[in-house]
Design a protein around this ligand. Structure first.
Ligand SMILES: [Zn+2]
Length: 299
């Protein structure tokens, strides 16, 4: 990906040399990249309870989510690491991709007679405070609708490479574009609609809604990718990098690896095949209208 040719965003907050705070945040939806997805209130409650019990919050989260106990790998706290270089290559790339999504979504919104409000993107290490509560790197990159910010610990990109076997800058760009996709959903009212439909519904129904929401974010990431490709900003192998990432983080694959079997009712992000499919739908068409994952009978 020729990210050096992309405009750098001014919306990046670098909080990598801060320690994640421990305050009680407000509301707002919490949309992760793959893995946990909870309301802000749920997170706060779980953190408080787990502190009382002296347990790892994520272990309790996995029980609360109704699944069988999931092995939670606690990463070494990167807060102890030395202060990062002010503008390292990866941070530059993040700035460039975010800037490019601003231009693409700004144009798409303008064409629809709407105004695109840019999200902020927070770089952090270890743990971070958001309007959705405090989160650790273990939840992966996420978007919080409460403060309209994307949160990324750049170590996730190493994990994407090492653990998920998905290296490459375009795999990383896909992650950023997916989170920006959640911001777009917030602006166009999808996030609100999903919350309303899920309110009081069974967990099975809420999970099914989550899958449709996540696959739409994948499709929106593809819409951005389509634009980047049309401007000759992609290189050979880039599309494969994104598809490898989508394949690696499908719910079916993650569950198979974690628990040796697959429980489709507990999927929150979609299967590998679905994630690949919907990224491709956006990438090939470049049209938001093709990303209506809530309308189709079969995802
Ligand atoms: Zn997501």
């Amino acid at each position: 990906m020729k990210w050096d040719e992309m405009r750098r965003s001014d919306e990046v907050e670098d909080r990598r040399d801060e320690r994640g705070g421990f305050g009680l945040g407000g509301g707002g939806g919490f949309s992760g990249f793959g893995g946990f997805r909870l309301s802000g209130t749920a997170i706060i409650i779980v953190i408080v309870v787990s502190v009382l019990l002296g347990k790892n919050p994520l272990v309790i989260l996995s029980y609360l989510q109704g699944g069988s106990p999931v092995q939670v790998t606690q990463h070494a706290a990167p807060t102890q690491a030395k202060a990062p270089p002010v503008e390292d290559q990866t941070a530059q790339m993040v700035r460039a991709v975010l800037g490019d999504t601003e231009d693409v979504w700004g144009k798409l919104f303008a064409e629809a007679g709407k105004t695109y409000t840019r999200p902020r993107l927070v770089l952090f290490r270890g743990a971070v405070q958001s309007a959705c509560g405090r989160a650790t790197s273990a939840v992966g990159p996420f978007y919080c609708s409460g403060d309209q910010k994307v949160f990324i610990d750049l170590e996730f990109f190493d994990e994407l490479h090492q653990r998920f076997g998905a290296p490459g800058d375009f795999a990383q760009a896909y992650v950023i574009a997916h989170e920006v996709g959640h911001h777009v959903q917030n602006l166009i009212g999808v996030t609100q609609q999903v919350a309303e439909k899920g309110d009081g519904a069974s967990e099975k129904v809420r999970n099914a809604l989550s899958v449709r929401q996540e696959l739409q974010a994948d499709c929106f990431a593809g819409v951005w990718g389509h634009s980047a490709q049309s401007r000759n900003l992609l290189e050979a192998g880039d599309l494969d990098e994104a598809l490898r990432a989508a394949n690696a983080i499908g719910d079916d694959r993650l569950q198979q690896e974690a628990q040796g079997h697959v429980s489709p009712d507990s999927f929150t992000h979609g299967t590998s095949a679905q994630r690949i499919h919907w990224f491709k739908v956006g990438f090939e068409s470049g049209q938001i209208s093709q990303c209506n994952t809530f309308k189709v009978a079969h995802l």
